[in-house]
Design a protein. Structure first.
Length: 364
């Protein structure tokens, strides 16, 4: 397994480690519920060095991105982030990524950990096939480190060591700045449903930022948080996880990514997605709450009478809401909020109700 630059720090903090996407990552330090609630109410610090970063620059960078991304990036401003999907010829999701525009002809794509190499190969193949030799592509993942500070107090803590006005940084925007004297990219974004920031700097120095934030955050009650809390936080916020809700056999219209799919531009998979939109999807990702006791987990069958109609993709007990929640694929006729389904949990049927997403939304 690969190790992030913060691996030894996690061990020193007593973290329980697990394998995720080929990386040794902290799943929890104290408890998932404690870290979850701490992030919702105060602040949490996350190691996200396992994510991939791919740089695309040059006169044909935008042309290449427009071809491999489902989202129209033509009007993306320098300093702005955009969420997009990379789709295959059948419209299936290869990955969901964030695209940073760092300069007039310079972009950075942040990929999921397990899809980094595949994404890079896909982009290089598209570049080669289209003859865009003036789009320069480089994998920067091994030289970039990343930590996320999330929660209501994230800005108060981070602004102590950032040059520039964090309060003026809009959501899903980024700035090149200095953090603790180091060159860094800071964006107002995250994967928790809370206000927060993602901080990128040299992998060799990310530990210095982690240590400083741990020290500065301690008087504010900030704690480190592992993958367990990251998963429950994102699920409450209705955010998807690649490998659970998304894979190359699932299209943006079958999940909640229709809004980042622009059929008015040319991109890989567009023709297939036009056909699907015209004919309509057969299945849809929905959120649900358990009515009966139990927790639905990934892979559990969704039932209607004696028929299996779908499958749970993610499920947990929500520490914020105090109830069991989850995501599942069901035929479109079952997608409306208020629809009652049954989920098989360890051989027993439990009633669940389809509810709107997200489950949780912070007060702004």
């Amino acid at each position: 397994m690969k190790k992030t630059p913060l691996y030894e720090r996690h061990l020193a903090l007593g973290a329980t480690m697990t394998e995720f996407g080929g990386w040794a990552m902290p799943v929890q330090y104290t408890s998932v519920i404690e870290e979850h609630r701490n992030t919702r109410t105060l602040a949490g610090l996350f190691d996200v060095c396992h994510m991939g970063e791919i740089e695309i620059r040059g006169p044909q960078a935008l042309e290449l991105l427009q071809w491999v991304m489902s989202r129209n990036l033509a009007n993306q401003r320098v300093g702005e982030m955009k969420l997009s999907a990379i789709t295959n010829e059948k419209g299936g999701i290869i990955d969901d990524v964030t695209v940073y525009r760092r300069g007039e002809e310079q972009y950075m794509i942040v990929t999921n950990a397990a899809t980094r190499e595949g994404d890079l190969e896909w982009i290089l193949r598209a570049r080669r096939e289209r003859g865009w030799d003036k789009a320069f592509v480089a994998d920067r993942s091994d030289t970039i480190g990343k930590v996320d500070i999330q929660g209501p107090l994230a800005q108060r803590i981070l602004e102590e060591i950032v040059e520039g006005d964090l309060a003026a940084l809009p959501f899903y925007h980024a700035m090149d700045t200095r953090v603790a004297g180091m060159s860094a990219l800071v964006s107002r974004s995250g994967y928790t449903g809370e206000d927060g920031f993602e901080v990128y700097t040299e992998a060799a120095r990310i530990g210095e930022i982690w240590d400083l934030l741990m020290r500065l955050g301690d008087p504010h009650g900030m704690k480190p948080a592992g993958l367990g809390a990251r998963d429950t936080l994102r699920l409450e916020a209705g955010m998807m996880l690649f490998g659970n809700e998304m894979c190359p056999a699932v299209t943006p219209f079958e999940v909640v990514y229709g809004w980042i799919t622009d059929l008015d531009k040319e991109f890989i998979g567009r023709d297939a997605l036009i056909k699907q939109k015209e004919s309509g999807v057969r299945k849809k990702l929905v959120g649900f709450e358990l009515i009966d006791r139990g927790i639905a987990r990934h892979g559990y069958p969704v039932l209607a009478g004696a028929e299996k109609i779908g499958e749970v993709t993610s499920g947990t007990f929500s520490p914020t809401l105090g109830k069991a929640i989850g995501l599942a694929f069901v035929p479109v006729r079952f997608k409306e909020p208020g629809t009652v389904l049954e989920i098989e949990i360890r051989g027993q049927r439990a009633k669940a109700m389809v509810v709107p997403l997200p489950f949780y939304q912070r007060r702004r």
